[in-house]
Design a protein around this ligand. Structure first.
Ligand code: FE
Length: 473
């Protein structure tokens, strides 16, 4: 259904979707833009890029932004990107703090398709104690991206939360999940052995469109969205009030329509009482929202982090205890990012490779000591590539893949939901498979000039042409 398209074809489909939304056909769009209809047609067909002049004119006359015209570049057309060690070493840079070499950074596998920014970082600062106030520790200012960190060697993890500083001595295999903007730092406890981290930072739901919308709304308006998460009852009540305000409902109306006594509903809306589940369902029905939209997730981080020492990480054999291909271990994570999973996969030699597939973007790093072969299927074609220790890879969602090796080796895996998780996943499901093809690559004007029966002879009812095919029509 979702066949491969070129960048120009995707740009053409994006342009068509955009003028469809504005209820312009090609002729009307050409008239607005002051260009020939042929030119607009060629852009829509993916035969010609949009020019700077057309773009400038479009954002001047239509309620659109420059970024709306540009699709993503696909740098993982075969489903996988592998970064070898020499490429990683070539990206090395040593950054100083307080005039001292502090970290060496190296890039590992990344893709334009996913907002995962995984860095290999070597600690150059040696510490001789576990004091969180050690003056040799240079703290950062925190950052927007979530961070999952995997530790190799004897590394101290420093983190700050609500003005309090902490130090957690970490060892190989330990891991931590950290919330955005929490200050942190790392130091090596042992100058004789390597002290590394794999700092896998990734964007959550706020990255991209949401971030840009907040940028327009400004601080004051943006802050009004924030629920008081340190008090679950109050956060829940604030969420109920948010939905009540969206519909400008009165308390009387909501009480009558949901069958909840007015005094009780009033208390629920001010966070004094918690509604029973049947009452919450009745309120959700009245508000015409799914009950899940009225629930606030419970925070499971402690002082902004979730630390998992290797020995405490839950583990299981896959696919079965009797005939395992992999020993799986779940590393640090949080309910805050329910579509992110960090795993250590021990690839067992001589086993039948077990096929894996997830709807998340996936990053992997071979922790060693042996090479592993990554096999995968993309567009019905089987591929395989050897991933040496210290090499890394990126796998697109829904790519069936497996690992095998002559000797036991361990892979660090971070899976991160892209944009099609949570609400977007449910919306995609409601749009349905056939229509989703038009979300992927708009192929047609929203109406037929010749009437609604035109085209019945070229396509069956409900059948939608995929991008590349239709783009040349
Ligand atoms: Fe960081």
């Amino acid at each position: 259904m979702l066949q491969q398209t070129t960048y120009l074809q995707r740009a053409g489909a994006t342009f068509l979707a955009l003028i469809n939304d504005l209820k312009r056909n090609e002729a009307a769009a050409a008239r607005d833009l002051g260009v020939s209809e042929d030119l607009v047609h060629e852009i829509v067909a993916g035969e010609r890029p949009i020019t700077r002049e057309i773009l400038d004119k479009a954002v001047k006359i239509w309620p659109v932004n420059e970024r709306d015209f540009f699709p993503l570049h696909d740098d993982a057309a075969e489903g996988v990107v592998v970064m070898n060690k020499s490429q990683s070493v070539a990206s090395s840079r040593v950054l100083q703090r307080a005039g001292r070499d502090y970290y060496e950074y190296r890039d590992t596998a990344m893709s334009r398709v996913a907002m995962i920014r995984p860095e290999w970082i070597k600690m150059l600062q040696i510490v001789h104690d576990n004091d969180p106030l050690n003056p040799n520790v240079e703290w950062n200012n925190g950052h927007f991206l979530f961070q999952f960190t995997y530790f190799v060697g004897e590394v101290n993890y420093y983190y700050e939360w609500n003005g309090r500083k902490f130090c957690e001595p970490m060892n190989t295999g330990d891991s931590v999940f950290g919330l955005p903007f929490a200050k942190h730092s790392f130091g090596s406890r042992n100058p004789q052995s390597p002290a590394l981290i794999l700092a896998l930072t990734y964007g959550g739901r706020l990255v991209g469109d949401a971030q840009h919308e907040l940028g327009i709304l400004g601080d004051e308006s943006a802050c009004k969205y924030v629920l008081p998460m340190d008090n679950a009852m109050e956060a829940h009540a604030a969420l109920l009030r948010f939905h009540a305000a969206n519909g400008s409902y009165s308390c009387e109306y909501l009480a009558t329509a949901s069958g909840i006594k007015k005094a009780r509903l009033k208390k629920a809306l001010s966070g004094e009482v918690a509604l029973a589940s049947h009452e919450l369902q009745a309120l959700a029905d009245t508000l015409r929202v799914p009950v899940r939209d009225l629930l606030v997730p419970q925070l499971d981080t402690s002082n902004g982090v979730s630390i998992i020492h290797h020995k405490d990480a839950p583990s299981w054999m896959l696919p079965t205890e009797e005939q395992p291909s992999y020993c799986m271990r779940e590393l640090a994570g949080s309910r805050v990012t329910p579509y992110s999973k960090s795993l250590e996969i021990e690839v067992l030699p001589g086993s039948t490779p077990h096929q894996l597939e997830t709807g998340t973007h996936q990053y992997g790093y071979n922790l060693g000591p042996a090479p592993a072969t990554l096999g995968w299927i993309c567009d019905s074609v089987r591929h395989s590539q050897v991933v040496q220790p210290e090499e890394s890879f990126f796998i697109k969602p829904h790519i069936p893949h497996w690992f095998e090796g002559q000797d036991t080796t361990r892979l660090l895996i971070l899976r991160v939901g892209g944009k099609i998780v949570g609400d977007a996943l449910l919306e995609a499901s409601i749009v349905g498979k056939e229509s989703l093809s038009r979300v992927v690559a708009e192929t047609m004007c929203w109406y037929n000039e010749e009437g609604s029966h035109h085209g019945d002879h070229v396509s069956e009812p409900g059948h939608v042409l995929a991008g590349a095919e239709a783009a040349v029509r």
